[in-house]
Ligand binder design. Structure first.
Ligand SMILES: NC(=O)c1ccc[n+]([C@@H]2O[C@H](COP(=O)([O-])OP(=O)(O)OC[C@H]3O[C@@H](n4cnc5c(N)ncnc54)[C@H](O)[C@@H]3O)[C@@H](O)[C@H]2O)c1
Length: 437
């Protein structure tokens, strides 16, 4: 079967490449000409573990193609996945312009049956808007073409996207016709054969499932950050509390780590979009509003600790920052807590020396030369008055504290991910600050 994937970002490129790996003939389409040009030369525009090899292998096998023209690719394929971005609008709702633009192009060019699957994260009702947009364009052309819409929200985790596709916890598919169900069953057959779950449901429920899943995960994070902040005040240790509650099977251990707030391309925008969907329907998502509030405050928690440590005298302090991406194993800095902290530190006239194993280029693209881009973690810490650990990349876990203690002006560590041992650092002469202990 031949399919097209529109949008070659984290979701589209991974989905297209993995479907090609499973044997389908896939055309990945993007309006970003530079991106398609680079992909054609084997240059992968994003950092995602294992993706480069997989793209090359499938291009060489003739199963994976790239194009800037959806119109040209359409009548060659049966299924079109929409995987374009849905960034937040000014009021927090999901901006659906790209999704609708793709639907319009589909309606303007199809001449035979297509299944149009929305993979982008979109509010309930969007797949039906996709359907009416296509119908509108077909009406303009005064022709009738049979087509179906479906919803297949994406749950991949950046950094682990390929294993997440190949061995998913579940695949959620919303359909409204037996034909669409049969096609989606065929596409996901290799996954079904391996006994992974493909859950079929109606389209609105599939769209809602994506938002509800991210909202639940974000709620756990904000809940733990709230608990951590109270732990500090009352003299409890959040790490022990986490162990204590995580061992309850009903609660589980995952997503209970306190830190500097969630970021990334999904949680912040999806939580705001669900709050907005509720408002549009005269309902208030009270829990999610609190989740969002706690997260905004948490992003500045290390800055407040830093200010308190230096009794407000932070001007001209040299600050080393380890980790810029919103989480390890990705170069993605969308809504990264590091950006909030960098802003706060620069506003206070601090001098920043930053290092990240993957996101240096992305950081340069976003903030230019306002900070010094270090060669390695030790270069970042040179003459620093404070070291901030923001992203828990593996290579930051066991640094040579002896070297750091000698090269820093002030051996003070602000650990935003609770990965270091206070006793060890204190014995080595550091002052150590973390979250919730
Ligand atoms: N990144 C994730 O971890 C993740 C996980 C699950 C779901 N999602 C959702 O998937 C969707 C895509 O996310 P992403 O992170 O891959 O986005 P992205 O910004 O990395 O990529 C989107 C791509 O779509 C292209 N595009 C935009 N309009 C287009 C058009 N009209 N025609 C063709 N291409 C177009 C852009 O040029 C870009 O390359 C979003 O709705 C997002 O919320 C993302």
């Amino acid at each position: 079967m031949k399919i097209a994937i529109v949008g070659t970002g984290y979701v589209g490129l991974v989905t297209g490449t993995c479907f090609a790996e499973l044997g389908l003939d896939v055309t990945c389409i993007d309006i970003n000409e530079e991106r398609i040009d680079q992909l054609g030369k084997g240059i992968i525009p994003i950092y995602e573990n294992g993706l480069e090899e997989l793209v090359k292998r499938n291009v060489n096998a003739g199963r994976l193609h790239f194009s800037t023209s959806l119109a040209d690719s359409l009548n060659d394929v049966t299924v079109v996945f929409i995987a374009v971005g849905t960034p937040p609008d000014e009021d927090g709702s999901a901006d659906l312009r790209s999704v609708i633009q793709v639907a319009r192009t589909i309606g303007q060019h199809i001449d035979k049956y297509h299944l149009v699957v929305t993979k982008s994260t979109v509010p309930v009702g969007t797949s039906f808007k996709v359907r009416s947009t296509i119908e509108g364009e077909l009406n303009k052309r005064q022709i009738e073409v049979d087509f179906d819409v479906a919803s297949n929200p994406e749950f991949l985790k950046e950094g682990n996207a390929i294993p997440d596709f190949m061995s998913p916890d579940r695949v959620v598919v919303g359909v409204e016709s037996e034909k669409a169900k049969a096609i989606m069953t065929r596409l996901y057959k290799p996954i079904l054969l391996n006994k992974f779950r493909v859950i079929f449901m109606d389209i609105p429920s599939a769209e809602m499932t994506k938002y509800a899943a991210n909202s639940m995960l974000a709620t756990r994070i904000s809940f733990m950050n709230d608990v951590a902040n109270l732990c500090e005040i009352v003299g409890a240790n959040v790490n022990m509390v986490r162990e204590g509650i995580g061992s309850d099977m009903r609660i589980g251990r995952k997503f209970l780590y306190p830190g500097i707030g969630y970021g990334g391309s999904c949680f912040p925008k999806d939580i705001k979009a669900l709050i907005r969907t509720a408002e549009e329907n005269n309902y208030e998502m009270r829990v999610l509003k609190a989740v969002d509030d706690v997260n905004e405050d948490q992003k500045r928690i290390l800055f407040d600790k830093f200010k308190e440590h230096f009794k407000g005298a932070i001007e001209n302090k040299v600050v080393a920052i380890w980790g810029l991406s919103f989480k390890p194993e990705t170069d993605d800095m969308r809504e990264a807590p590091s950006l909030t902290l960098i802003d706060l530190l620069l506003e206070s006239n601090c001098k920043l020396r930053v290092f990240d194993p993957a996101a240096m280029e992305e950081c340069k693209r976003r903030i230019g030369d306002k900070v010094y881009y270090a060669r390695d973690p030790y270069d970042a810490a040179l003459d620093a008055d404070a070291l901030f650990l923001l992203t828990e990349w593996k290579e930051f876990r066991l640094p040579s504290w002896g070297v750091l203690e000698k090269s820093m002006t002030n051996p003070v560590v602000f650990d935003g991910r609770n990965i270091y041992d206070k006793k060890e650092l204190t014995e080595l002469g550091f002052v150590y600050h973390c979250i919730g202990k």
